[in-house]
Design a protein around this ligand. Structure first.
Ligand code: PEP
Ligand code: MG
Length: 587
């Protein structure tokens, strides 16, 4: 790292997976193939359509083969992205559109496919939901594969160059990440993508530092340069000067030291100095994250978001597929329990196959339990799959966005029907399975006393509860400062949820982002929550602080917080209280 100071360049992006990597960049050419469009005349049309068909078949064979290879090395549960690609490939519209381009433009198959991709890009660019918008990368990957099969240029797996390698690319597919030698490849950076893209989720699951959305980082001229990837701050420094290099080495050591110290105590019991124990668990989206939850000291998963399995595909997953994936998740956290949340789609998480009639206000529209209740057969399919998993392990069901008793009763009625169907089919399941509800809507807070009589536990989704209580769109970056977890209305709601749950003798949990932020721990502990569920890597830090608190002190802090009139006052008080009592936990 002896580069001249003037060579140093900072590239900013989005932190997608935490950690710091120091190594050499290897730029992978994942950009599109340079294919020409040319005219073939009437006589050439059928040949071009045959070439297109042949390339699609070869691509399908290639994906099936890859699926087989990966199944033996990494297991079934990771293969959802290949299935996604196979589905895109099987979609008649892709072939029909490209074939129509050949016929109408009298052009070659490559040019026709490029035109098709252009149309898909325009369509996806007009989608508001960032998660869905990013799914264009799956379509691009598939079309690129077809093109490579037409031109005979293979898509080689990514390799390292002997040393500690940071891979930079325009985009990386989940397959790229799964096939990487993760011993030598220590970080990844891409020009496109967001925190919710499949690749980012996999990077986090593998604890591989990653930065995405970095303009210009895939420049081939950068290949071989020394680089630092900062997956915490969200940047990449190419050709760092000596001071920056030393500074980052120090930061990296500090980060790794703190992480390893935290991990050492990850298996200690989650209890306060005065012996009060609560449950700390992980939030998960794919089975691979289960191992990470356990390693970070989580006692199972308190929120399994099942949406991932439903997104980015034209049809709902079959009961068998759901059963397989949920079983894999259950086994990944066994012997600890798993709380499976039923489909929470709609709002900012749209599904391909469902037409929500272009809602003006999707967050207030056909979302979560409302959507599930509107398609009882699909909902029962999911319930049957979850119930079947409960036969082999500790599983609880959780309904999202319950607004009142009527919805809870309708959901429970469908659950009873699903149980009846399993009885008829001779399938086993846990007849005493725990049924919880998420408290995310102010009406549920108001009705909490009645809801508590018909639910086995409450889990507060603070992300949505704050959004709906304060009328602040949780995805609107311009309103981020007004999204206030410490708003007195939010704190009072949390107190009411805990009190009504405990009066009814049921547990009160939190699974929104608030649970994973150490700042809020004394408040949540003091209010009396029984369980906090969070991203796996947050567990050790929260546990460390928990083990330095007393329940009594936390109660005093929570009580004091509830005495203020504004979020700003609460925050000033809380920070100073934490600094006074727990200073050493925030170094
Ligand atoms: C929440 O709303 O806090 C929650 C955990 O659910 P999601 O973020 O999936 O909406
Ligand atoms: Mg929610």
């Amino acid at each position: 790292m002896d580069s001249a100071k003037s060579d140093m360049r900072l590239y900013s992006g989005v932190a997608a997976s935490p950690g710091i990597a120091v190594g050499r960049m290897r730029v992978i050419d994942r950009r599109r193939l340079g294919v020409d469009e040319y005219e073939v005349g009437e006589a050439g049309v059928s040949t071009e359509i045959d070439r297109l068909k042949g390339a699609i078949v070869r691509t399908r064979d290639e994906l099936e083969l890859l699926k087989e290879q990966l199944r033996t090395t990494i297991g079934d549960e990771h293969l959802f992205f290949i299935d996604t690609h196979l589905l895109i490939l099987a979609d008649e519209r892709l072939f029909a559109e490209a074939a129509a381009n050949i016929e109408s433009g009298l052009i070659n198959a490559e040019g026709a496919l490029r035109r098709t991709l252009h149309k898909y890009r325009e369509f996806f660019a007009g989608i508001d939901d960032p998660y869905l918008r990013e799914r264009i990368s799956d379509v691009e990957t598939v079309i690129e594969k077809i093109l490579r099969n037409m031109t005979g240029e293979p898509h080689a797996p990514i390799s390292h160059d002997g040393g500690q390698t940071i891979i930079a690319a325009h985009d990386l597919t989940p397959a790229d990440i799964l096939q990487m030698d993760r011993g030598r490849i220590i970080g990844i950076v891409t020009e496109i993508g967001g925190r919710t893209s499949h690749s980012s989720i996999l990077a986090r699951a593998f604890e591989l530092p990653a930065v995405v959305g970095v303009d210009g980082i895939a420049d081939p001229l950068l290949s071989g340069s020394p680089a630092i990837l900062d997956g915490i701050g969200g940047c990449v420094i190419v050709n760092p000067d000596r001071d920056t290099f030393l500074d980052y080495l120090q930061r990296k050591r500090h980060y790794e030291y703190v992480e390893s110290e935290l991990l050492k105590s990850a298996s200690l019991p989650p209890e306060t100095l005065d012996g009060h124990r609560i449950l700390l668990r992980g939030n998960v989206e794919i089975p691979e994250e289960g191992a990470s939850v356990l390693r970070h000291g989580g006692e199972g998963a308190g929120l399994y978001r099942t949406e991932m399995l439903f997104m980015n595909r034209p049809e709902m997953p079959a009961e068998e597929e759901q059963y397989r994936v949920y079983s894999a998740m259950q086994q990944a956290v066994a012997p600890h329990p798993l709380t499976i949340r039923t489909l929470d789609a709609g709002g900012d998480k749209l599904l391909d196959g469902i037409d929500l009639l272009g809602e003006q206000n999707p967050a207030l529209g056909m979302r979560a339990i409302r959507l599930a209740l509107s398609m009882p057969d699909e909902f029962k399919k999911q319930l049957r799959a979850i119930l079947r998993v409960s036969a082999g392990g500790r599983v609880a069901i959780m309904f999202p966005m319950i607004s009142g008793l009527e919805e809870l009763r309708r959901a429970r009625a469908l659950l009873a029907e699903a149980m009846g169907e399993l009885n008829d089919a001779g399938h086993a399941y846990d007849r005493d399975i725990r049924i919880g509800i998420m408290i995310e809507i102010p009406s549920a807070v108001v009705m909490a006393d009645q809801l508590a009589r018909e639910a086995d536990f409450f889990s507060v989704g603070t992300n949505d509860l704050i959004q709906y209580s304060l009328a602040i769109d949780r995805t609107n970056e311009h309103l981020a400062a007004m999204f206030q977890p410490l708003h007195p209305a939010v704190l009072r709601s949390l107190r009411r949820v805990v009190e009504t749950a405990h009066e009814a003798g049921i547990d009160a949990c939190i699974c929104g982002e608030m649970a994973g932020d150490p700042l809020y721990l004394p408040v949540l502990l003091g209010l009396g929550f029984d369980e906090l569920s969070m991203g796996a890597t947050s567990i050790p830090r929260v546990k460390q602080l928990l083990r330095r608190c007393t329940r009594e002190r936390a109660k005093e802090i929570a009580e004091a917080c509830l005495g203020f009139s504004t979020a700003a006052e609460v925050e000033i008080y809380l920070k100073s209280a934490i600094t006074r009592y727990f200073a050493e936990s925030f170094d």
